[in-house]
Design a binder for this molecule. Structure first.
Ligand code: ADP
Ligand code: MG
Length: 238
């Protein structure tokens, strides 16, 4: 897939299903091809061979049912939190009242009420990521793709955001495809974890963690065993 010459092959032998309302984690080392894979799922890059299907039909180009949260939030600096979150619906010509009500709902959901009129430069990294998440949800997708959204955050903020995203997922019940290079994060969040190899990316193994109760207990013996197994299967730190 992606490139016809072996030298430029980024995505090699990848096949998996994603279930409705699932929290699916894609775990792999840096430069594995995770972002390329996400861009293909989002319809931004067409695969050179193989196909990506949504409810049995091939994805062609950007699809409004799929929305993306980036590692760097790329907020519009001249727009407030409200202006950023409602940007998509505004472009789509959504009526102002509806748009504002929706944006308020998602701003509340990510815990940013009171910051509607703030500008991105006035927000911390974690808060900016919350705006990015609210913006993605406010576009009204069925599937959210998150590309290492907490990768640039300090550890404490990251743990807080992991709990936040789980809380949002419980409330909104949409499909989340979450990419990370962090085993602990993958296992804390995912119902399933798809472990990728180094570039060209292949599926090494799919771990089903859906039987582990939430919140996940990082000290649970079986849970630790799986984390250790993943670590042994890759260069990523435990
Ligand atoms: N548009 C592109 N054209 C050619 N090569 C690309 C393109 N985008 C990414 N790559 C290459 O694909 C490899 C994987 O990149 P990426 O998907 O960003 O990795 P990851 O997100 O897992 O860190 C890298 O070697 C990168 O240089
Ligand atoms: Mg990437």
């Amino acid at each position: 897939m992606f490139s016809r010459t072996r030298a430029n092959l980024i995505i090699d032998d990848i096949s998996f299903d994603i279930y409705e309302n699932e929290f699916l984690v894609i775990l792999g080392p840096g430069q594995a091809g995770k972002t390329v894979l996400l861009n293909m799922i989002a319809g931004l890059y067409p695969p050179t061979s193989g196909s990506i299907q949504y409810e049995g039909k091939e994805i062609h180009g950007v699809d409004p049912r799929i929305s993306m949260v980036f590692q760097k939030t790329a907020l519009l600096p001249w727009r407030t939190v409200m202006g950023n979150v409602s940007f998509g619906p505004e472009l789509a010509g959504c009526p102002a009242r509806q748009m504002e009500a929706d944006a308020r709902h998602y701003i509340d959901l990510v815990g940013l009420n009171g910051f509607e009129k703030s500008y991105p430069r006035q927000l911390s990294g974690g808060m900016k990521q919350r705006v990015g998440i609210a913006r993605a949800y406010c576009a009204g997708p069925e599937v959210l793709i998150m590309d290492e959204p907490f990768g640039a955050l300090d550890a404490q903020t990251r743990y807080m955001m992991e709990d936040k995203i789980l809380e949002i997922w419980e409330k909104e019940k949409k499909t989340i495809i979450f990419v990370t290079n962090n085993i602990e994060e993958a296992c804390y969040l995912g119902e399933r974890v798809i472990l990728l190899s180094k570039c060209p990316a292949k599926v090494k193994k799919i771990y089903d963690l859906s039987d582990f109760p939430r919140p996940r207990d990082n000290l649970d013996k079986e849970f630790m065993r799986i984390r250790q197994e993943i670590s042994a299967n890759t260069d990523l730190p435990f």
